[in-house]
Design a protein around this ligand. Structure first.
Ligand code: HEM
Length: 559
């Protein structure tokens, strides 16, 4: 038998071919059975050893996680699942706030026996953490994954996101530096027309109009003029709104609910959005080529690189230019899926965050007509004195944007992770690899320790130096006047990031790439808006008593 085994496979084949020959065939089949049994046993052993090794590794990692986490302070677990079922977003923020008050600037919460969440609230440690922890965990971005497929820009390791971030930063910078107007006049006009249309009904819903402004501004930036002329733009807007409404609901299921009809309806909306994105991408690249050819014919073909030309063309979009696409093409085989997913992800994130910022600012301006009037005076003053791009001289407007983003950041938490290595912070705390790291931005940005006793009050002047004089300067017409004006030189717009507790756009390696663009874009849009309209709260009479509704009124200025 042993000699047979050694001679395998020849001897086995021989036995099989000759299995009909009497007792030899019996011996052969016994041998085969015996052999199969041994093989099967060996396979079982190998699997058992591999599984045991894997389980041991997991158990070892778990014990290590528990051991390292012991040194981090935090409330005791309420159940086996820790603080996993914390309820609503507000309840969770309250829990974080209580925990920080009790345990200090770093505290842990167990979200289950294997998932550790560490919250950091000290501005210096946050800065360090945001630089060192470069990854983002995919399960946090489940809403993005369900809606946009394998879009890996927002929730993935830094290695995966790096190239795409660089492309996007490059394109946005080109836009910021290569063009005089961040939001071109035709885009502003298109938005103002929409406001006029809505006002024919008497008032507008703040949320809806902010969403529309953000959508048009971002779409025109990403896809260029093709977007403004695109017949399907309003369907795109409607779809994106519907998806935004349901995204968190479907992501809240632990197991993707394939059995729910509503889930498939939601998925069909996402597929429609994907098709429309592909449509606008196609139109955009077609237009880019057209622009390149037009440019080539006017400049005797001196520029050979089509992409360069497309990016200097005044009204072309940024993201969809061939440069972005071809970079992606080189990278992956399933490029179309992924590129489209990333484009939808950027559009979705940029739209939601920008819309929420515009809505907050309008709400503040409506509640504070005095600031609104001062901003109007500033806009008129700056516009009279300059011809070129001028929003950077509108200090009070910019300070109002900073302050609105401080009081109500787009999201209540920043989320990070270090997937491979433990994170050693300067205060000798070690955070185990794989833990979810969060920064409670909303708490931090309204914390008295960083912002003073009036931290929860709306006060744009906190971002202006010499702010005591600012209000009188606007009245006298000197806030943003000529640079040789002695009063003006005493007023400075502070860089909000100088305060380490200012993080509406995150910070460090995974900070928002749209930050500068958004501030300038929103300022440009608001400057045009406030120049034409006063924004007032709609007051309705209900049963004889007057109550304010969430709707606002744009009253045309007489100028
Ligand atoms: C008011 C508007 C916006 C706000 C408040 C905002 C805020 C944020 C925040 C808080 C992050 C996470 C940062 C971190 O983890 O440190 C982020 C990431 C990001 N933002 Fe924005 N954002 C806005 C608009 C935009 C726009 C218009 C774009 C693109 C055109 C954009 C592109 C991105 C990208 C690509 C990332 C992911 C970076 C990464 O994970 O590597 N954002 N944004």
């Amino acid at each position: 038998m042993s000699s047979l085994c050694k001679a395998w496979p020849i001897s086995v084949v021989y036995l099989l071919l000759n299995k009909s020959e009497g007792c030899d065939s019996l011996e052969a089949s016994r041998f085969l059975r015996d052999y199969a049994l041994r093989e099967f046993n060996a396979l079982l052993w190998v699997s058992l050893i591999a599984l045991s090794a894997l389980s041991l590794e997991k158990v070892f990692k778990l014990f290590r996680l528990w051991a390292v986490a012991r040194s981090i302070p935090g409330p005791p677990c309420r159940s086996f699942f820790g603080h996993g079922g914390f309820g609503s977003r507000d309840e969770f923020i309250d829990l974080l706030s209580e925990s920080h008050n009790k345990y200090g600037s770093i505290c842990k919460l167990w979200m289950g026996p294997t998932q550790l969440l560490v919250s950091v609230k000290d501005p210096t440690l946050i800065k360090e953490m945001l630089l060192k922890a470069e990854d983002k965990l995919p399960f946090i971005g489940k809403a993005f994954r369900l809606a946009f497929g394998r879009s890996n820009l927002f929730f993935c390791s830094y290695d995966q996101a790096k190239k795409r971030r660089e492309s996007l930063v490059l394109e946005l910078n080109e836009k910021l530096h290569g063009r005089s107007d961040i939001v071109p006049n035709n885009v502003v006009d298109c938005i103002m027309d929409k406001i006029d249309n809505h006002m024919s009904n008497g008032c507008v819903n703040n949320k809806l109009i902010s969403q529309h402004m953000a959508f048009t501004m971002l779409g025109a930036t990403l896809f260029g003029d093709a977007f403004i002329a695109w017949s399907k733009a309003s369907s795109y807007e409607e779809l994106i709104m519907m998806i935004a409404k349901d995204a968190s609901f479907w992501a809240s299921y632990r197991v993707t609910p394939f059995w729910e009809r509503g889930y498939w309806r939601y998925q069909s909306l996402c597929t429609k959005l994907r098709c429309l994105t592909q449509d606008i991408v196609k139109q955009c690249t077609k237009n880019c080529r057209l622009f390149c050819n037009m440019e080539r014919s006017t400049h005797n073909g001196d520029a050979r690189n089509g992409t360069k030309e497309a990016s200097v063309w005044p009204n072309s979009g940024i993201l969809m230019q061939e440069k972005f696409l071809s970079r992606e093409l080189d990278d992956h085989l399933n490029l179309k899926e992924e590129t489209c997913g990333n484009v939808m992800g950027v559009m979705f994130h940029g739209w939601m965050a920008t819309a929420s910022l515009i809505e907050t600012i309008l709400e503040r301006l409506v509640k504070d007509p005095e600031i609104q009037d001062k901003i109007y005076a500033e806009i008129i003053m700056v516009r009279q004195g300059s011809k070129g791009p001028d929003v950077h001289k509108m200090f009070l407007l910019l300070a109002t944007i900073y302050e609105s983003a401080r009081l109500l950041p787009g999201g209540p938490l920043l989320q990070r992770c270090s997937l491979k290595n433990d994170l050693n912070l300067n205060n000798d705390v070690t955070i185990p690899a794989g833990s979810v790291l969060v920064v409670p931005v909303q708490l931090l940005q309204t914390d008295d320790a960083s912002w003073g006793s009036n931290a929860d009050k709306f006060n744009p002047y906190r971002f202006l130096s010499g702010a005591g004089k600012v209000s009188t300067m606007v009245e006298k017409g000197s806030l943003a006047g000529e640079t040789d004006d002695p009063n003006h030189s005493s007023v400075l717009l502070n860089n909000p990031s100088e305060n380490a507790a200012y993080l509406p756009f995150g910070s460090g390696t995974r900070a928002c790439v749209g930050q500068t663009f958004v501030i300038q874009g929103v300022a440009t849009l608001l400057a045009s808006l406030l120049e034409r309209y006063k924004v007032r709260l709609q007051v309705r009479s209900v049963d004889g008593s007057k109550t304010a509704s969430p709707e606002i009124v744009f009253v045309r200025r007489n100028c």
